[in-house]
Design a protein. Structure first.
Length: 252
């Protein structure tokens, strides 16, 4: 009786083991998260300090859907994409890469993209003047030799002039070259220096009453609104005066 029970128990255990093994063998070869498909394009870059090359591999994971990942030399060789004789050129092209090979890339072997931290001052300026220009434009101007203090001034002047990114860059360039011919003052002349330009641009500090405008804007040659006509004393055309600034409609 005991022997029979033992045989039954062993049979049950053996059946369970077979069931688990069958489940393992029946499991699909594709593992969740793996990047699987056909390699369609390979480019590379070489670290000048270490001499190590990494490869940007584009995989067609399904029809018309592509995914590009960066992997190291060993991983690329293991996948059969490159060999030890493969050459990574300085322009990013690869000599000896194998295309149309079917791969299954473990996400653990993928080199994560590095996020370049933004400069705190450049980021602050781009956030404050987001309606004028972007971080990249500000940093490009800074890397070209313009300090953040001057960039902040140029952005503020651009805002006062209701300008855009092109106006901002024109101001920066004018300050650098000392050529303000891109701007016209109220009397039709152009500023001769940075101080004169700032004073004109901030005329009265009133929105819509700027003393300087971009020269390609529509004006009547003297920087004033073409809808207004005056006789030199700044009064509205609807009024006629006798040269002393008083309305001649009034009885003396």
């Amino acid at each position: 009786m005991k022997k029979l029970k033992l045989i039954i128990i062993l049979s049950i255990v053996f059946t369970l083991l077979l069931t688990q093994a069958g489940a393992v063998f029946a499991a699909p070869s594709a593992q969740e998260g793996f990047i699987e498909g056909t390699v369609t394009e390979v480019s590379c870059e070489t670290n000048l300090e270490t001499g190590d090359s990494t490869y940007f591999v584009t995989v067609e994971v399904s029809e018309g859907i592509f995914e590009t990942v960066q992997i190291d030399q060993a991983t690329a060789e293991g996948l059969g994409i490159v060999t030890a004789e493969t050459v990574c050129n300085s322009d990013g092209t690869v000599e000896g890469a194998v295309l149309d090979v079917v791969v299954s890339i473990d996400p653990a072997t993928v080199i994560p993209e590095e996020e370049v931290p933004q400069h705190p001052v450049g980021a602050a300026l781009s956030m404050f003047f987001t309606d004028i220009t972007d971080y990249e434009t500000i940093m490009a101007a800074h890397e070209d030799g313009t300090g953040f203090g001057l960039l902040a001034q140029a952005l503020w002047l651009t805002k006062k002039m209701e300008g855009d990114s092109d106006t901002f860059m024109a101001i920066v360039d004018a300050k650098k070259t000392k050529d303000f011919s891109a701007f016209v003052m109220e009397d039709g002349s152009t500023p001769q220096n940075w101080g004169q330009f700032k004073k004109a641009a901030l005329n009265g500090d009133k929105k819509g009453n700027l003393g300087v405008v971009m020269s390609n804007k529509d004006n009547n040659g003297n920087g004033q609104d073409k809808d207004k006509t005056n006789n030199g004393n700044g009064q509205d055309k609807d009024k006629t005066n006798n040269g002393n600034g008083q309305d001649n409609k009034k009885d003396k």
